[in-house]
Design a protein around this ligand. Structure first.
Ligand code: FAD
Length: 513
């Protein structure tokens, strides 16, 4: 599918540790600690890998790549920079799935967080996911992938409650943003489901923090874009895992009907009969068969969908899921039937699948590394008050008129009360807001026109007074970041002065550097 046909080199993720760097390494300004020589790579291949991300638009080379063996290695590296009069930058790199160079650093050191396993298990254990005896939480390495968390926790019949769409992201990378998906309306983002963190600050100090202990650091780091510390361990909340999932998509040709139904569903979030997952997609008539959109439906319905999209120019797909076990299948079946009766989708244009919980969560396969593409993505949080205007001006005008969008377009609501305002992440100041994701895919030399489209969307929102906030933002000036953070900027800046006063961490975010 289009989403899968991506250019990111998944095979790049495990950086070769066989290439041992010589002693007396330096960045442009400072020597690197000789004790770390065995884990520092300076060969061109390693540096090229670290200067590429999923976006494939920004390429910035580090002086070296570190494959930390332990939290102490990370602390030593950062302390060494901190003690230098002209410190070098250190960028944690999770799985490199950001799109605007946020995990890169010019002439500094990229920390390959995937090499940091075995830091939460017992000595000698190779685990980077350890479930508590009472199965209510797991201690997870910051470099673990969410798919690894799922694999390990499911063995004990438990799992985290809230997920991203793709599970091949690292725990530390997702928690530095928010970690959103179809469960967010009910359980909040992944950052709202963390009990405790181990963090290496920009001074190289190793700190355990939580809501009760070093809480300033805890809240700053969650959604903190890597600015205050490197997350080396996260304690993630778990709940009993369901066995199976009833998974539906229903089509709408009218936006108001679609969003009303979505909002009706999320209003029920605290009730026992709440659905467990809701997202939504925008189907566009852009002349390209969007297999990912139609493959959910039986083949005999696809021509009807295609002609409806052609006729209307845009169609909306509401996606819901209800989890169940062998013990409650009948009740959940009734619940799904009742829900279907209430929804006002185009009659006949709905399809259902019944899959295992694992298959449902791992529905998006690993990006294909063999086809080079760029991903000039735009992710926005749109306040409910402006969502209809946004649909008219952005979806039904800019995007349809430009007619270049190839790739999924997601559009679904969430409840603000499931987010914690003390955390660094910025969201609209309304009880309900929508995640809108324009997940464009372009040829490697063709992305500027998509960035122009993104800029047109943002300009329209500004003119129309729709107070959107960017998610996974790629602002390039501090002025833009100050505007992004709004009233939170002063606190964000203060936390930076406290925990990374020499501006060492994640300079690729371009907030302070
Ligand atoms: P990276 O991209 O490597 O790093 C991102 C930032 O975090 C960088 O600034 C980096 O320096 C910093 N960082 C990384 N690790 C750490 C750490 N341990 N401690 C401190 N800072 C760190 N996001 C969602 O919320 N929901 C989705 O459904 C979703 N789906 C996606 C699907 C695809 C196909 C892709 C490519 C991305 C998706 N994302 C989604 C975005 C994803 O959350 C971000 O890319 C995020 O950056 C995590 O990716 P990563 O682990 O590769 O981190």
């Amino acid at each position: 599918t289009l989403l899968l046909a991506v250019s990111f080199l998944a095979t790049m993720l495990t950086l070769s540790s066989s290439q041992v760097a010589p002693l007396s390494l330096t960045t442009t300004t400072c020597p690197l600690p000789p004790e770390l020589s065995p884990v520092l790579l300076t060969d061109q291949t390693s540096k090229l890998i670290a200067s590429t991300d999923y976006g494939n638009m920004v390429h910035v080379q580090p002086a070296a790549v570190a494959n930390p063996r332990s939290v102490d290695d990370i602390s030593l590296l950062i302390k060494s920079s901190y003690s230098c009069c002209d410190p070098y930058g250190v960028a944690a790199r999770g799985n490199g799935h950001c799109t605007k160079g946020q995990a890169m650093v010019r002439n500094g050191v990229v920390l390959n967080m995937r090499s940091l396993s075995n830091n939460v298990g017992n000595a000698g254990s190779s685990n980077n996911v350890v479930v508590s005896p009472d199965r209510t939480f797991a201690d997870v390495s910051g470099g673990a992938l969410w798919i690894e968390v799922l694999n390990e926790t499911l063995k004990l019949g438990v799992a985290p409650v809230t997920w991203t769409d793709l599970l091949y992201l690292t725990v530390g990378g997702a928690l530095s943003n928010a970690g959103i998906g179809g469960q967010t309306f009910r359980f909040g983002p992944q950052i709202a489901n963390v009990h405790e963190l181990d963090v290496v600050t920009g001074k190289g100090e190793i700190v355990t923090c939580s809501a009760n202990k070093s809480s300033e650091l805890f809240y700053a780091v969650l959604g903190g874009l890597g600015q205050f510390g490197v997350i080396t361990r996260a304690r993630i909340a778990l709940a009993p895992a369901p066995q199976r999932v009833k998974w539906m998509r229903l089509l709408y040709s009218d936006f108001t009907t679609f969003s009303n139904d979505q909002e009706k569903i999320i209003a029920n979030y605290s009730q026992p009969d709440s659905v467990d997952y809701i997202e939504g997609q925008v189907l566009l008539d852009n002349g390209t068969p969007n297999l990912w959109e139609t493959s959910f439906f039986p083949t005999e319905v696809v021509p009807t969908i295609t002609s409806l999209v052609k006729e209307k120019g845009v169609v909306y797909a509401l996606e819901v899921a209800i989890y169940y076990n062998s013990t409650n299948e009948e009740i959940k079946d009734q619940q799904m039937k009742q829900l279907i009766r209430q929804l006002k989708n185009e009659r006949g244009l709905a399809a259902m699948k019944d899959v295992t919980y694992y298959k449902f969560l791992d529905r998006i396969p690993v990006p294909d590394p063999s086809i080079p593409h760029s991903h000039p993505w735009l992710n926005l949080f749109v306040p409910k008050s402006g969502v209809s205007k946004f649909n008219d001006g952005v979806v039904r005008d800019i995007i349809m008129r430009t007619n270049i969008t190839v790739g999924p377009v997601l559009f679904y609501p969430m409840n603000r009360n499931k987010w914690d305002d003390k955390m660094s992440v910025v969201i609209p100041d309304e009880e309900i807001f929508y995640a809108f994701s324009l997940l464009s895919q372009s040829n490697v030399d063709d992305w500027p026109k998509y960035l122009d489209q993104n800029a047109a969307v943002l300009a329209h929102c500004e003119e129309a007074g729709i107070e959107v906030k960017q998610y996974l933002a790629g602002h390039s000036t501090q002025q833009d970041w100050i505007k992004h953070f709004g009233p939170k900027w002063a606190g964000f800046q203060q936390m930076k002065a406290q925990f990374d006063p020499k501006f060492i961490l994640s300079p690729g975010q371009k907030i302070f550097n």
